[in-house]
Design a protein around this ligand. Structure first.
Ligand code: GLP
Length: 241
């Protein structure tokens, strides 16, 4: 693991954006795995700026997002489809047909998981996966105890995750209880991975990911076994390292 510690949230986003931009520059038809949440927003802003100023070209890029809430339609402002559109896709020249997220409205989540995995495989796999981390060290929506072998599947969210994500909703009771998420195995199959975290509330999770035992109790700890991971964190998130 390479650990990059920055002195601000903006610089965390800048470091991450540089890695993504470098990937796209060298391989214009890259397949990117993308994350939602507050953490990667500064990275998306920076990438949008690089697209605008120097014309970083996303026209051949394909993206696969990590997860989506179950029961959330793409036009719902709280859906991850909507989040990606607003925070990233509408600011760059990506083609809508090259953008993929799990379908939270699918009738059969097992079939949807299989469909999603096949699509990723058909595109040649993920070149670079961007990850945030939950306070309980989840990645995607792989909560503690999820089997390391899982591919895209339906998950029941932990109470801690529901509370953490309730800030995006009117109340905790409105947060969906289920999501569909790439599994740990899907994430581990990516060629390169960057894990982003900022803020003191992520310090414990970052410690578990980087220094803790490799255990499904701390899903991000599996990244210690990946051959190319950069952990990009601000000083607060790195405070226990
Ligand atoms: C969410 C998402 C994750 C994200 C994490 C942290 O529940 N499913 O992909 O990394 O929690 O979110 P945030 O960046 O808002 O702290």
């Amino acid at each position: 693991m390479r650990i990059i510690i920055t002195d601000s949230y903006e610089k965390m986003g800048l470091e991450a954006a540089n890695i993504v931009a470098g990937q796209v520059y060298l391989k214009p038809d890259s397949v990117l795995g993308l994350a939602t949440g507050s953490t990667p927003v500064s990275m998306y802003q920076r990438l949008a700026a690089v697209h605008k100023t120097v014309g970083l070209d996303f026209s051949e890029v394909t993206t696969f997002n990590l997860d989506e809430y179950i029961g959330m339609s793409p036009d719902n402002p709280q859906s991850y489809h909507y989040f990606m559109q607003e925070n990233f896709f509408k600011h760059i020249n990506i083609r809508p047909e090259n953008v993929y997220l799990p379908n939270g409205m699918a009738e059969d989540m097992i079939a949807e998981g299989e469909r999603y995995e096949k699509l990723i495989a058909a595109k040649g796999g993920i070149d670079l996966q961007v990850l945030g981390i939950g306070q309980n060290a989840h990645i995607g929506f792989n909560e503690p105890d999820v089997k390391f072998a899982a591919t895209t599947h339906k998950v029941e969210l932990d109470e801690e995750t529901i509370q953490a994500n309730s800030r995006f909703f009117a109340s905790a009771s409105e947060v969906p209880r289920y999501a569909i998420s790439m599994g740990i195995k899907t994430i581990m199959m990516a060629e390169h991975v960057i894990l982003l975290a900022n803020g003191k509330n992520k310090a414990k999770a970052v410690y578990k990911a980087v220094c803790g035992d490799v255990t499904p109790e701390a899903p991000a700890s599996i990244l210690q076994l990946h051959r190319d991971v950069a952990v990009i964190v601000d000083e607060a998130a790195a405070s226990l390292l």
